[in-house]
Design a protein around this ligand. Structure first.
Ligand SMILES: Cc1cc2nc3c(=O)[nH]c(=O)nc-3n(C[C@H](O)[C@H](O)[C@H](O)COP(=O)(O)O)c2cc1C
Length: 224
């Protein structure tokens, strides 16, 4: 550190190693119980939960602390309907061929298709936009750094918070997602990265069996 203003490090909780292991495992187990949900109730969820989840997302580490994100939170029936109509149009083209055979085969175990009723039944849709450029306007553009990585981490924290709050979630990414700029009134230079649909799972919601097949630790790690 040179001449930049600094503050003392705020110590974290003092834990024994066994407490540390216990906490890590209990968070792992909590996160491990999350599953993508594709059928929601229309039961309301307090706005405060969504606000806290977005604040958690906004605490994410990010390139040069530029915080290159904007979250559009949708709950009005009109906006949800507009999103559903536009998303299903793209999804229909996607499933009718634009995806290509390989992609469709990868999706087959999930049993997904072009109809997305949950976009209207779930109480909240949060759309994460990435800002490649910061600054205040046309003449004041500052490049942002590691934008995709930063927004991805933020969305991970958002999903983790919603899950901790007992809500079901789905990451939905109709391809392409340009229509979201129009529907959400966001500038062209922003790019929708993902929609996060959240609420309470419908009583008859089902998950694909394949979603439980996660690669074991040995397969996904190398220890040097
Ligand atoms: C970037 C991203 C995009 C996704 N897009 C969709 C989508 O458009 N539709 C969908 O039904 N699921 C989508 N998913 C959810 C995945 O299919 C799901 O996470 C995966 O099958 C694993 O299941 P799980 O979340 O229940 O563990 C997406 C997930 C991610 C991370």
């Amino acid at each position: 550190m040179n001449d930049q203003a600094t503050l003392p490090w705020q110590p974290y909780a003092v834990l024994s190693d066994s407490e540390r292991i216990g906490r890590a495992r209990s968070f792992r187990d909590a996160m491990g119980s999350r599953r993508s949900c594709r059928a929601f109730q229309d039961a309301p969820v307090p706005r405060e939960v969504i606000e806290a989840a977005i604040q958690a997302a906004a605490s994410a580490p990010n390139g040069a602390n530029r915080q290159p994100w904007h979250f559009v939170v949708v709950s009005s029936p009109e906006a949800k309907c507009a999103i559903r109509v536009a998303a299903e149009e793209e999804e229909r083209r996607f499933y009718e061929g634009r995806a290509g055979g390989q992609w469709l085969s990868a999706l087959w175990p999930l049993g997904t298709g072009p109809d997305k009723p949950y976009l209207e039944t779930a109480p909240w849709i949060i759309i994460a936009f990435a800002q490649r450029w910061g600054g205040t306007g046309e003449d004041d553009q500052e490049q942002n750094y590691y934008v995709t990585e930063s927004v991805g981490i933020a969305c991970g924290l958002l999903l983790a918070t919603l899950h901790q709050a007992g809500l079901a979630t789905l990451v939905h990414t109709p391809n392409p997602m340009r229509f979201l700029n129009r529907v959400c009134g966001r500038p062209d230079q922003e790019k929708a990265v993902m929609m996060i649909v959240t609420g309470h799972a419908a009583g008859n919601a089902r998950i694909p069996r394949s979603a439980l097949e996660k690669k074991p630790l040995e397969q996904i790690t190398s220890w040097l």
